[in-house]
Ligand binder design. Structure first.
Ligand code: BGP
Length: 464
């Protein structure tokens, strides 16, 4: 019998992770320190249960078994990131040979198992020494990053063909410089804008270096958490609010990465408030040269927006959310175990937008997933019965399938995440994996969704 939702031949099925969240071995193998190691040391109480990044899920030691499990559940792709502070402790200078061995072993094992590595260069993990120099506020750090990227292409580009410069670059801007959930815990919109701008410049420099490296069959992209912005109503004030949120949180990276330039409206808004970042001569051309081949899309939840009810103090410091309030739409479907909205059609709306306004760029779902607190309450016969996750994934895949039917150029799906992992300040609070991880023993156990995705990958589709 024909499958109800059959995906195009060659569709990528896999899951996504990042170095700091899974590797552990934070002080092993010659790794340097990154901002997470340091922040946890300074303020352990800001992390859920006080748990830091020291050992996480221990992929550093268990990668071979993990890749075996990926194979078992039908993955043909796996998304991981390289830890800058592991490869180049301190961020500049000598390469750490133990890190080269580790990443070579991981990549070779993936390829031996016919699992395509999708590799991110930067997933929130600034080497601490470079943060001390100002991190992304300092243009010299951009050059250090370009060198690091070049080393990655040189060392691994013969085998890795799908590269991504950044994961969710807006998140360190929001977290580190606006809303206090990433180091360095600054709240200053002017500095946030500079950090965002330099991140994009760093992206463009890495793309330049990538082009110069001439990696045969290689493609380069960026991974953005595109959060569709839905207004409360069609009232002009709500529309304006929703447009502003879209400009700040989506288009500030999407437009330069895919179209090679910033939206004029965004530039105007910043100019109006005297918030334009410091730029250098030649930057416009540089941003143009950073146009990507491929785009990774992370989608968890939409942003519902209404016009600001109380006008902000015009004499206070400028903040992007001056322009909108979040709107708690009555009746919206919520993830009862995490508090985020679930809106499956958002994934379709993102794809239609990319098709119609961004040249139908080749894209992948680089993250989509459902975080759940304390999944042990769902154990039956020794296995977590995560039917809610199966429902979450299939709901999103149904809309992704619809987008593909309508001509969208989306080629794969990565669940966040392969296994439960350490999630920044939330540590192990929200569990996302196809496999659960006992954080003491590091034992992996498949959840019901692991068996389900195996079948989906093997049939290249599913019935609902
Ligand atoms: C995304 C990040 C991931 C991961 C995920 C889940 O924004 O790219 O690194 O952390 O969010 O987040 P949380 O554990 O806070 O639910």
């Amino acid at each position: 019998m024909a499958l109800q939702y059959k995906f195009p031949k060659g569709f990528w099925w896999g899951s996504a992770t990042s170095a700091t969240q899974i590797e552990g071995a934070a002080d092993e193998g010659g790794k340097g320190r990154n901002i997470w190691d340091q922040w946890h040391e300074n303020e352990p109480n800001r992390f859920f249960d006080g748990v830091g990044p020291a050992s996480t899920s221990d992929f550093y030691h268990l990668y071979k078994e993990d890749i075996g499990l990926m194979k078992e559940i039908g993955h043909n792709t796996f998304r991981l990131s390289i830890s800058w502070s592991r490869l180049i402790p301190g961020g500049r200078g000598e390469i750490n040979p133990e890190a080269v061995d580790f990443y070579n072993n991981v990549i070779n094992e993936l390829i031996a198992q016919e699992i395509e590595p999708f590799v991110t260069l930067y997933h929130f993990d600034m080497p601490f020494e470079l943060q001390e120099e100002g991190g992304w506020e300092n243009r010299e750090v951009v050059e250090a990053y370009a060198k690091y990227a070049g080393e990655c292409f040189r060392l691994f580009g013969d085998r890795v063909k799908k590269w991504f410069t950044f994961n969710e670059p807006i998140v360190p801007v929001e977290g580190g410089y606006l809303y206090d959930f990433h180091y360095p815990n600054v709240v200053d919109a002017r500095r946030a804008v500079q950090v965002a701008y330099h991140t994009m410049i760093a992206h463009a420099r890495a793309v330049d270096v990538f082009r110069a490296a001439g990696i045969e069959g290689g493609q380069i992209g960026i991974i953005l958490n595109l959060t569709p912005s839905y207004p409360r109503s069609q009232h002009p004030a709500d529309l304006k609010a929703s447009n502003a949120a879209d400009l700040f949180f989506n288009r500030s990276f999407l437009d330069p990465a895919v179209l090679g330039e910033y939206p004029e409206e965004l530039v105007e808004l910043l100019r109006e408030h005297g918030q334009l970042p410091h730029a250098e001569k030649g930057d416009q051309e540089l941003v143009k040269s950073g146009i990507v081949d491929i785009l990774g899309v992370n989608y968890y939840q939409p942003r519902r927006v209404k016009a600001k009810e109380h006008l902000p103090n015009p004499y206070g410091p400028f903040m992007p959310d001056w322009y909108f309030d979040n709107y708690e739409m009555p009746g919206r479907k919520m993830n009862p175990y995490r508090g985020w909205e679930i809106y499956e059609k958002g994934i379709y709306d993102i794809m239609i937008n990319l098709r119609d306004n961004y040249g139908n760029i080749q894209s992948y779902i680089a993250e989509n997933g459902m975080g759940v607190e304390d999944e042990s309450r769902f154990i039956e016969n020794g296995e977590i019965q995560d039917d809610y996750r199966i429902e979450f994934i299939s709901g999103h895949l149904t809309w992704l399938h619809q987008a593909i039917e309508e001509g969208c150029n989306v080629k794969g799906y990565h669940l966040w995440s392969f296994m439960d992992n350490w999630s920044w300040m939330n540590a192990y609070k929200n569990r996302y994996g196809f496999f659960s991880v006992d954080i003491e023993t590091k034992k992996r156990t498949p959840k019901k969704s692991a068996h389900w995705i195996k079948e989906v990958a093997e049939q290249n589709g599913f019935n609902r």
